[in-house]
Design a protein around this ligand. Structure first.
Ligand code: NAD
Ligand code: GLY
Length: 371
């Protein structure tokens, strides 16, 4: 079964298809978007080993010649050097304005290939073929693309919407469990932002989703994509509501930055902890019932995600250093740290007035609990 979700952006509208076996049908599904009998596939070496052959066969079955470009797996490929190599490889192949780039992989590939597509020949079309849960429910949808610089993550990029997103649930079966769980944190995020019924459904289905139930996974991915699509359609360039998608991210980015963006802590793991802290802060400020914060923490812990500082190395247990990172966040405006807080589960909102002393108190208490 395939679920279809529209991202309604006028003449740049596109569909997200969520279902089983979609990579095997990619030739047929992508063909209407092609102007030439070839397609450029950008992927990483790990995903290439697991899923490139299926995609190539599907393309060839429809008379489309695949032109793969393979980059090393990992965040390190999201930099100027790899971007330049990718652009040169595509130009060597005489890529044209009407050519289509297919991004097969996780968020790293989607962001890198999407950015390349946005600047190559002043902008060509691209299709997202996300293979991690994080990419399926978040990064492949909404058109944010970009790379990292020595100043920080995602600081150079563009908004460039894909022409189509194919989220093949079966691709998730090869994903390491830890990567899957990290993506699951972003699924929970949608329930916490504005959909308490979805959160309740996740409470009942978290183990089925984690253990590979395909229908439950399809539902979770499709619901998440629909939630993100609705927000992006209302606020594509993040002038307001789209910032709600950063629930847990201001704390999460600080934790990630302190840990050093390696394997020690994955983005989704930091976001899980960040969402707990956002709810704790909401309780501390008298905005959210304690019971809701406890439900959030219980759910994430039950799913196998970090919810306390004990899951993080002791060297980062320092409120002032974490606050320093939050001050450098992209979301800082006019010197104030923007936070997504909540009046309860499903009632997230943007708050710009958090006092540094409140943050210090919150972090000191959370660290004390882990000691
Ligand atoms: P990733 O792309 O690095 O993938 C994680 C690892 O899983 C990689 O080693 C990859 O090779 C491997 N992998 C991918 N699919 C696999 C599969 N099906 N089976 C086995 N292994 C597989 O990481 P990610 O978590 O998908 O994405 C993180 C990136 O996404 C970050 O760079 C982040 O900044 C970006 N991001 C972007 C947005 C956006 O809106 N553009 C949103 C969130 C995150
Ligand atoms: N991942 C946040 C956004 O797409 O806006």
């Amino acid at each position: 079964m395939i679920e279809r979700i529209e991202v309604a952006l006028g003449d740049r509208s596109y569909e997200i298809l969520v279902g089983e076996g979609l990579l095997g049908q990619a030739g047929r599904l992508i063909k209407p978007h092609l102007k030439e009998p070839r397609a450029f596939v950008v992927t990483d070496d790990r995903v290439a080993e697991l899923h490139l052959l299926a995609l190539q066969r599907a393309l060839e079955g429809e008379g489309i010649a695949p032109r793969p470009v393979i980059v090393p797996a990992g965040e390190g490929s999201k930099d100027f050097e790899h971007l330049q190599r990718l652009l040169d490889a595509l130009l060597d192949e005489r890529i044209e304005r009407g050519s289509l780039l297919l991004a097969l992989g996780g968020g790293v590939i989607g962001d890198l290939a999407g950015f390349a597509a946005s600047i190559l020949l002043r902008g060509i079309g691209f299709v997202q073929l996300p293979t991690t849960l994080l990419a399926q429910v978040d990064s492949a949808v909404g058109g944010k693309t970009g790379i990292n610089t020595r100043h920080g993550k995602n600081l150079v990029g563009s908004f460039h919407q894909p022409r189509l997103v194919l989220a093949d649930i079966d691709a998730l079966s090869t994903l390491p469990r830890r990567e899957f769980l990290a993506g699951y944190a972003e699924v929970v995020k949608y329930g916490l932002i504005n959909d308490p019924e979805f959160f309740a459904w996740l409470d009942d289905h978290a183990s089925a989703i984690r253990d590979g139930d395909r229908a439950a996974r399809r539902r979770a991915v499709a619901k998440s994509c629909a939630a993100k699509a609705a927000i992006v359609a209302r606020d594509e360039k993040e002038s307001g509501e789209r910032a709600l998608l950063n629930l847990g991210h201001t704390f999460g980015h600080a934790l990630e930055a302190e840990c050093g963006y390696g394997d020690e802590i994955l983005h989704g793991e930091a976001v899980a902890m960040g969402m707990c802290l956002a709810f704790d802060l909401s309780v501390q400020l008298g905005l959210s019932p304690l019971e809701d914060a406890e439900r959030v923490r219980r759910h994430l812990a039950m799913a196998g995600l970090p919810t306390g500082f004990e899951a993080f190395p002791q060297r980062i247990w320092d409120p002032d250093r974490l606050i320093q990172h939050m001050r450098q966040d992209k979301k800082v405006s006019g010197g104030r740290i923007g936070f997504v807080l909540a009046r309860g589960i499903g009632r997230a909102f943007l708050h710009r007035e958090v006092e540094i002393d409140e943050l210090r108190k919150l972090l000191a208490e959370a660290i004390a609990e882990a000691q």
